[in-house]
Design a protein. Structure first.
Length: 192
């Protein structure tokens, strides 16, 4: 089923419905949908390189809005929606671990996890469950999602379809390296 959904989304990326579909997938991926939005961003930016910035902006805005919905699930609907959703994706143990990390690292968790293979829905729901400061949550989500989506869209526009297989296989390494750069930047700023 996931493979069919993946293929359908890639086909939609080439259609006239690409922008609204990207918005819906970006919103859903940040709160409950299992497939990363990158599978639409990449083909959209390779097929229409002149629109890569627009593609990244749409994905970022709707991912942050979806993240707010995920936050609300964690804060207000954990018992009825959040726990069943975490159980469905087998994230039960990860959720407990995330809560512990929030106590120690705060916003840095959102910045790092928004770039890594950890599903963003886990970050958003855990943030609401932890009652993390909503303003900081939105700001950190916007920074990390924009960084990831602009990187993917730019790479698609710059290198064209030839980069798709590399990005699909190495996306998490690339964004992981980017996360390390962000962490080092924050560390340097706090030490100066």
């Amino acid at each position: 089923m996931l493979k069919k959904t993946y293929q359908k989304l890639r086909e939609l990326a080439a259609s006239t419905k690409a922008d609204p579909t990207l918005a819906m997938v970006s919103f859903a991926e940040a709160s409950f949908f299992p497939i990363p939005v990158d599978i639409m961003i990449l083909p959209m930016s390779t097929m229409r390189p002149e629109r890569w910035v627009r593609t990244a902006i749409i994905a970022t805005i709707f991912s942050v809005l979806g993240g707010c919905f995920g936050y609300a699930i964690g804060m207000f609907l954990m018992e009825s929606i959040g726990k069943p959703l975490m159980h469905f994706y087998h994230y039960d143990d990860k959720l407990v671990h995330f809560q512990e990390q929030y106590q120690k690292w705060g916003a840095l968790i959102i910045l790092i996890k928004g770039l890594t293979p950890i599903p963003f829905k886990l970050v958003t729901i855990a943030s609401g469950l932890a009652h993390f400061n909503f303003g900081i949550f939105v700001l950190a989500s916007a920074i990390t999602r924009a960084a990831r989506f602009f990187l993917v869209a730019w790479a698609g526009a710059k290198f064209g379809p030839s980069i798709e297989p590399f990005i699909e296989k190495q996306l998490y390494w690339v964004t992981g390296a980017f996360a390390v750069i962000i962490v080092l930047g924050f560390w340097i700023v706090t030490k100066i």
